[in-house]
Design a protein around this ligand. Sequence first.
Ligand code: GRG
Length: 350
Amino acid sequence: MQGTVEDVDVPSASDVLRRCRELVRPALVDAVGRLHPWTGEMAAYSLGWSDTAGTPEPGGSEGKGVRQALALLGAEAVGADAACAVPGAVAVELVHTFSLLHDDVMDADALRRRRPAVWKAYGTGPAVLAGDALLARAVTGLAETPGHHAAAVRRLCDALNDLVAGQAEDLRFEHRPWDGPGAVGPEEYRSMAEGKTGALLGCALALGAVLGGAPEPTVAALDRAGRHLGLAFQAVDDILGIWGDPATTGKPVHADLHRGKKTHPVLAALAGGSRAARELGTLLASARPTDAAAERVASLVEEAGGRAATRGEARRHLDAARDALRATPLTRTAARELDVLFAGLADRVM
Ligand code: GRG
């Protein structure tokens, strides 16, 4: 994730993420330190700070920190100091961590950020409880923030409801057929992805603006930009789930194919109606793919144009996210950093 050559004074997406992680880290450590020691240990493990014995692991398997960065940049973009958005950044990062923890339980995904998922390392019950603790801490921390806290909590709660709805759709789609009248359509996919992924990215940007004292139209524009970014982000996530390198993504490849997840590349491939699409449809209708069949499914999806169509989808939502930013008066430096970050996330490999 690099800055462009002509923007020598604009940091790369990785630089932006690193700067924001460093600003948020003390408050995030403080928030996790307020949890019950057992849930705190699991939270620290899931954040990549320690191993399963609670021993600190500097340089462990941290996430990218996208949501915390968006919250800080949201505040800077409306002319406020990033410090005012730190409680919002902590809240969205805790909610994100919580949602990954519960998602891994629901999907029975054993690997996360190159390590055993929390439920694999500690057990399902403890992992669910650690997620609950993170959610409770996220809401409490934001409610305790002086100034604008009611509007901020409201924003977070709206995003939480969207997340639940998106996740519900995602799980229900697994039981829908691949084609015919019950098949998942493009609009249904989009609504699911916006809820599951876009809502929290939009909320992160909007929270920064709320805590920075921005007027409602600016907050709404940043929320819109984040939601489009989320749709691009989810499209890329779907691509990485089929063609990503597990050593880089830290997650097993083809897990979505094995579960019958209705991801964008597969849906787009099937919609093409080509010979490869018909073979793909037959293969998917026969059974959940085994490892060998998943390889064949992946190449048919590619041949039927599913990967290219999903790249296009990511590009369209990235453009829409940038348009939403450009239509809003924002400070120049933060707007450029957001632009670089958005582009880096749409091109990411992890
Ligand atoms: C909010 C009450 C409530 C429930 C949550 C479990 C659940 C319901 C929702 C799942 C949402 C989910 C896990 C969506 C996937 C979003 C996504 C693409 C995650 C990957 O994000 P990255 O790449 O991860 O930013 P890192 O590891 O970098 O932090």
